[in-house]
Design a protein around this ligand. Structure first.
Ligand SMILES: NC(=O)c1ccc[n+]([C@@H]2O[C@H](COP(=O)([O-])OP(=O)(O)OC[C@H]3O[C@@H](n4cnc5c(N)ncnc54)[C@H](OP(=O)(O)O)[C@@H]3O)[C@@H](O)[C@H]2O)c1
Length: 334
């Protein structure tokens, strides 16, 4: 039997652990062209919350259905194979589900990993995985930070945010992060390397605080949050600013907040651009090399919070969504 975390109901508002349940189900057959993986790590990604909602589904992914294993990205080891490209013993990274065993055919963002010696496997879901790629693509393909510029990153303490902030710092920028609590802000300043971090707990007036810490205005806004946070940043741009839309987590669990500062894009000759990391797969080997080199040199640090066992996955996901985790949130399977 396979064990999986399935959706027990569509989350409404804040996702709850009770929106999920552990289920046992027969293992799918491993037909010609397919291979079976024993999953080792599960990545918890905020973006998937969007496709958990009732009626969700779009050009990018289908909406999740009640009773189905929850979609997610995993690292697994091939234990049975009827696909010559993925022999037994291969390590793969794939978009599949929160489950112990997957039966795959090599599609759906499936890649065979060649882990470098001494590099822990889970890094290929965090800084060396889609998380790190997202930060790198958003920063260097869309945002183009220049030395001396002021960069602001929202959800700075999360998986993408911790990498994005370090990349901007390495580019010689003044880097300002936004997060929930003072405790997390202190950690971001002392451990992750942000110059200044504004927390909602002690500095709830973001507009005023941003003006205090960045009176020169914002050159690059790397946005994971959307809504009021994006609108506030839009009101404080410098000429030629870039707004990198990575995500809009404030909208995944709450009402969409109106944008009122869009005319600022005109007068500041600013550029706002959304991106999906999966559109840059051809660049992944080069980005992987760059991120790997930075990690090896010690100019980039990877931050993870790990939970143990499949049954912890709902808690890990809720913690990640609600700011209780730091860096990349992962589940290690038995
Ligand atoms: N474009 C792409 O291709 C792509 C790919 C991957 C991820 N993403 C996006 O990247 C963003 C981060 O994803 P992730 O997986 O790395 O998650 P994450 O940042 O590790 O976790 C999400 C964090 O967002 C913050 N947050 C939650 N609700 C918020 C709200 N209402 N207002 C402000 N902050 C809030 C929380 O931290 P605090 O403690 O700071 O509140 C939470 O820990 C998401 O928007 C996701 O959709 C984009």
């Amino acid at each position: 039997m396979n064990r999986a975390i399935v959706l027990s109901r569509h989350p409404k508002g804040k996702v709850l652990e009770s929106d999920f349940k552990l289920d046992e189900r027969p293992i799918d057959s491993c037909d010609q062209g397919y291979f079976r993986t024993k999953n080792l790590w599960i990545s918890l990604d905020a973006g998937f919350r969007h496709w958990m909602a009732e009626g969700a589904g779009d050009n990018y992914l289908p909406g999740m259905q009640i009773g189905d294993p929850v979609q997610g990205v995993v690292i697994g080891e091939v234990v049975e194979s009827n696909n010559i490209e993925y022999p037994v013993g291969s390590i793969v990274n794939a978009r599949t589900a929160w489950e112990e065993i997957s039966v795959l055919n090599g599609t759906d963002l499936c890649t065979k990993l060649s882990p470098s010696e001494g590099v822990p496997l889970h890094l290929y879901l965090s800084t060396l995985g889609l998380t790190g790629m997202t930060a790198w693509v958003g920063m260097h393909r869309v945002g183009h930070p220049k030395s001396g510029e002021t960069v602001v990153v929202s959800a700075a303490g999360g998986a993408v945010g911790t990498v994005a902030g370090q990349l901007a710092k390495a580019a010689g920028c003044k880097v300002i992060g936004l997060t929930s609590t003072r405790d997390k802000a202190d950690w971001l300043e002392t451990e992750v390397g942000y110059d200044i971090v504004i927390d909602r707990e002690t500095r709830p007036n973001l507009d005023m605080t941003l003006r205090e810490v960045a009176p020169e205005g914002i050159d690059l806004f790397f946005d994971n949050v959307g809504g009021n946070v994006l609108d506030t940043a839009m009101g404080q741009l410098r000429e030629g600013a870039r707004l990198v839309l990575s995500g809009a987590i404030s909208e995944y669990e709450g009402p969409v907040e109106a944008i009122s500062n869009s005319y600022e894009l005109v007068t500041k000759r600013a550029r706002m651009e959304g991106f999906m990391v999966t559109d840059y797969v051809q660049d992944f080997p080069m980005i992987l090399d760059d991120l790997g080199n930075r990690l090896a040199e010690g100019t980039l640090r990877s931050f993870e919070q790990t939970y143990e066992g499949l049954s912890e996955t709902p808690r890990a996901f809720c913690d990640m969504m609600h700011g209780a985790s730091r860096g990349k949130c992962l589940v290690k399977l038995d």
